[in-house]
Design a protein around this ligand. Sequence first.
Ligand code: HAM
Length: 418
Amino acid sequence: MKILKKPAGTLDILPVDAIKRKFLEDRIRKIFDLYNYAEVRTPSFEKTELFRRGIGDETDIVSKEMYSFKNDEFTLKPEMTAPVIRAYIENSLFNRSGIQKLYYIANMYRHERPQSGRYREFTQFGAEAIGSNDYSIDIEMIALSVKIIESLNIKNLSTKINTIGSPDERSRYLSELKNYLSKYINDLSEISKTRLEKNPLRILDTKIPAEIEILESAPLLYDFLNKQTKEHFSNVLSGLDGLDIKYSTDYRLVRGFDYYTSTTFEVISDDLGAQNAILGGGRYDNLVEQLGGKPAPAIGFACGLERLMIILEKNDFKYPDEENIKVYISPIGDKAVKESLKLLFRLREAGIKCDMDFLSRSLKAQLKEANKFGAEYVLIIGPEELERDIIKVKKMDESTESEIKLNDLTNKPNLLFQ
Ligand code: HAM
């Protein structure tokens, strides 16, 4: 029969990778906790309307990449910012005083063309801070995202920062940009021609050299921003300087979501090839109101766990070794199997990581298996041992053997280590 395969762009996470992910997730959770961010979990799918209103109809994600079902009513979440804000409003988190600092680690779904570092199901970890428009929280958010990555000793990273202002500030700029680009309409790619009509800001993000050249003399969004926005930005930059966070400003950095206002940022890595963004984020001061809540400014970021793991692989990152089993029990014969099972569960109750042979193999094969698991002790129970009510204890690293009373061990499993 034909073997069924997983859908394109998805991953089977086998034990060897699951262990790495667990290590990274534990590390990430610890850092979020240290910064006083609390975890939030939301459903895997939401009403499609949430993403259309939140992310914007003309964005790539909403127009092309969503997994929608049940007559388009629901969509697997392609990102977490809109769901977190929906949960914030629906559960009245704004009633708690001060700023809400939330984090998540969750799977996202985007119907993109799969390639290295780009999947259709992937894991993001990220944070959202809701309720402050102070530049200090922009600094914390950018610093937090950089520090998580730095904590893994990753090199060859660059952090790019921009400010894109509010929709009001952008509207005058966008008409100037449209005027300017219309002169070059015949030199623009099909996608940029469409964007010129529907979402001209995204043209700034082009990777096509000829278009980059055209943009070099285009009007600059920064020149259209008001004094307050520029001041906010310069405070963010000097705050990052104060924390010794390295960055460069990139006035062409626009991100693929309509919700951003003012600060935007991205961390990119030379180790990632075409999909070079490892994390991205920014301020979105109008989203809460746009989703029906009482206005509240906010900022956040998200990082792709798979992309992080690709970079770690390239940097020869050493994950800590898996914890070996301490004890392996080797039964010989049917009666011994039952005694072994009792002992096995007794040791586990005492918190000792252990396993036993479930295949009635020869002692030689069992010892080989115990070695593979890195067991410190092998407990051998055969007919002769049962007869004498004892267990043979083999200390693997010293190749020594001793005996212990079965009853004594059952009553006090830690006797083994004395
Ligand atoms: P984003 O830039 O779309 O932002 O995604 C953030 C990160 O998720 C990317 O830098 C990348 O590492 C990872 N990522 C995105 N798409 C894929 C994919 N198809 N395969 C593998 N990894 C991927 C957001 O999602 C915003 N919600 C970030 C944010 C939070 N802004 C404010 N708060």
